[in-house]
Design a protein around this ligand. Structure first.
Ligand SMILES: *Cc1c(COP(=O)(O)O)cnc(C)c1O
Length: 358
């Protein structure tokens, strides 16, 4: 393998972040969310690295769950959107997957299924996000119906998801918790918290918590937060300088010539581009670490390359290390130059980028 572009994944940092999540809610059980290829970090490796401490895992769909089961993950795996077709239920029951039930179609499918084993069910309540879940007013009846079905193993877990837990000034999270409290039986097992709630909303603590983004070492908040500040970024997205040139003032760089040098400038070309998940809409000035020093991206991001102004560096050579994001350059900061969030940058990193595990 000779192209230097890679995502270095620090599994010790991952475990540190998991243990931080656990320590913030010692009475809760912590289910790592490993959907979307573990937010781009590699679902199999991430799940294996946590398999001695995690009681279960969370994914978006049965295909993701089967991938983990087939590689030897033994824990229950929660399907966060439940099933999309009734035919998935048999497989879910035999494979030990937990299914979210959050609409009437899913509920009917479970009640009518012919299952060899009862299913473990998470009952989703729409407490205000208005994306998934039953309405609070109908939940008591649904709970009763599900409870009397032989297809369902006890106990049912009551759950909901927060829309604005990353906003520390909003009262939306406390309102959602109130709505949840008013309809979830105290005797039922419950689950509310995502990363932001684990870090900042202790009132959201329940039997189960569901951290995603924080496990990968990045803060869900736009501002500093004492617990989030203890996270360790897991991914270091790295490449290297492959070409260097000095251009005169007035010369432009890259496709569409959207950046023009105001002075004589040294331009370093790095072998990473939007084909590697580096965002094409990164603007001029987006920071890139060259030999550990922040230098500005200049010119359009190409499919396989970017160009960086390294005029300020006293020494730079072909082969020098470039870091696109990592412990010294938070993915959140890069995202802020690209009109997106760190979640998206991590999640959409394609297979072309080799993951190297430490
Ligand atoms: C993705 C997801 C999470 C994790 O959210 P983070 O913000 O990444 O911690 C938790 N719960 C549900 C239902 C999810 O879909």
């Amino acid at each position: 393998m000779s192209r230097p572009t890679k995502a270095v994944i620090d599994l010790q940092a991952l475990r540190h972040n998991y243990e931080l999540a656990q320590s913030l809610a010692p009475k809760s059980k912590t289910i790592p969310m490993v959907k979307a290829n573990a937010y781009g970090h590699g679902a199999i490796k991430v799940s294996q690295a946590l398999s001695d401490i995690a009681p279960a895992f969370g994914v978006a769909c049965i295909e993701e769950a089967l991938e983990l089961r087939d590689t030897g993950i033994k824990q229950p795996i929660l399907l966060l959107e439940g099933t999309f077709e009734a035919t998935e239920l048999k497989l879910a029951a035999t494979k030990g997957f937990w299914v979210m039930v959050e609409n009437h179609q899913q509920k009917e499918a479970i009640l009518n299924a012919d299952l060899a084993l009862p299913l473990n069910v998470w009952l989703g309540v729409d407490t205000g996000m208005h994306r998934l879940g039953f309405q609070p007013g109908e939940i008591a009846d649904i709970y009763k119906t599900l409870n009397s079905s032989r297809n369902i193993s006890q106990p049912i877990v009551f759950t909901s998801h927060f829309a604005c837990a990353d906003n520390l000034d909003s009262d939306s999270t406390l309102k959602q918790i109130q709505t949840f409290k008013a309809c979830a039986p105290v005797t039922a097992l419950q689950s509310l918290a995502n990363s932001a709630a684990i870090l900042a909303w202790p009132k959201a603590q329940r039997e189960w918590q569901r951290p995603g983004y924080m496990l990968y070492g990045n803060s869900p908040f736009a501002v500093a937060q004492e617990n989030a500040d203890q996270l360790k970024p897991v991914m270091s997205f790295e490449s290297a300088v492959i070409s260097l040139r000095t251009i005169a003032a007035g010369e432009s760089v890259g496709y569409t010539a959207n950046w023009t040098a105001e002075r004589e400038s040294t331009i370093a070309t790095i072998t990473v581009g939007y084909g590697d998940g580096y965002p094409r809409n990164a603007i001029n000035g987006t920071p890139v670490l060259i030999n550990g020093i922040r230098c500005p991206l200049v010119g359009r991001v190409s499919m396989d390359m970017i160009t960086v102004d390294v005029t300020a560096l006293s020494e730079v050579a072909i082969g020098d290390k470039a870091v696109l994001w990592g412990p010294e350059l938070p993915v959140n900061e890069v995202a802020s130059y690209c009109d997106t969030i760190g979640y998206e940058l991590l999640t959409r990193m394609p297979e072309r980028v080799p993951r190297v595990y430490l």
